[in-house]
Design a binder for this molecule. Sequence first.
Ligand code: A3P
Length: 288
Amino acid sequence: MPSSEDFYLEYQGLLLPRETHCTESLKFAQEFIFNDDDVVAVTYPKSGTTWMQEILPLVLNGGDLTPVHTVVNWDRVPWLEETRLAKIVDKLPSPRALVTHFHYSLMPPSFHTSKARVIYVMRNPKDVMVSSYYFHQMANFLEDPGTFDEFMEKFLEGRVLFGKWTDHVKSWRHAELGDRILFITYEEMVQDLSASIKRMSDFLCCDLSKDVIQKIAEHCSFRSMKANIMSNFSLVPKEYMDNEKSPFLRKGIAGDWKNHFSSDQLARFKSVINRELEGEKFPLPWSL
Ligand code: A3P
């Protein structure tokens, strides 16, 4: 029976999948030189990373669909910490868009001295956990999640990818980045994608017309992304990701946790998350 170490490497106390991360990729991330016009979408896993890999290039290029139709999402807007970045960094158009699951404390020195901007996407942790549970079932490079109950304990203890949800959110909420950071929620995007894209384009000083925003929102709808082979992970061999077990673009809704949590699980989840967020002043857009 494979052990946790077979699937994950530990980096600064966090678990990262060996399939996509290695010592060299983490060194590359630490030595990465940010440009002032770089844009980074920061997410805890399963909070809307792939969605941002679709939205950002379109916002930055004025709605030209070429990159989302011709370049796979992981090369179009690569992860700062993953092995792929070193291979394609020189091909990224300017301004560059990246994603990362790093906590704020893991960002490289050049990020701090640059003016690179950050869009932090936060999602209700109960839905994050549900999404992650299914992801662990379909991604063969991740440890089997066990039962929902077992996975919930791992999630609450931070024995999952990139550690505790609460630590991730706190680290970025406390980052003193002033107007370099925009906080947005997955739920806001589900509710009104055009308005969310407008917020992002204003933040990035991209002057997009209503029609272009509408076009981007239509292209980035769940249905449209699910049909885009450059974004739905169907090009990943089945031995790595089995979309028949659970599609990567699974449901794309807010509130699926209601179909999964028992009342006992909900009480336990709330008590742990509330305890960890005690004293925090930042607003949560949903009740836990
Ligand atoms: P579900 O599993 O709840 O469906 P990440 O990209 O960070 O791994 O997050 C994956 C989650 O974002 C999945 O959630 C996926 O369906 C959802 N997602 C991706 N694109 C989306 C879109 N266009 N609209 C709504 N949800 C989307």
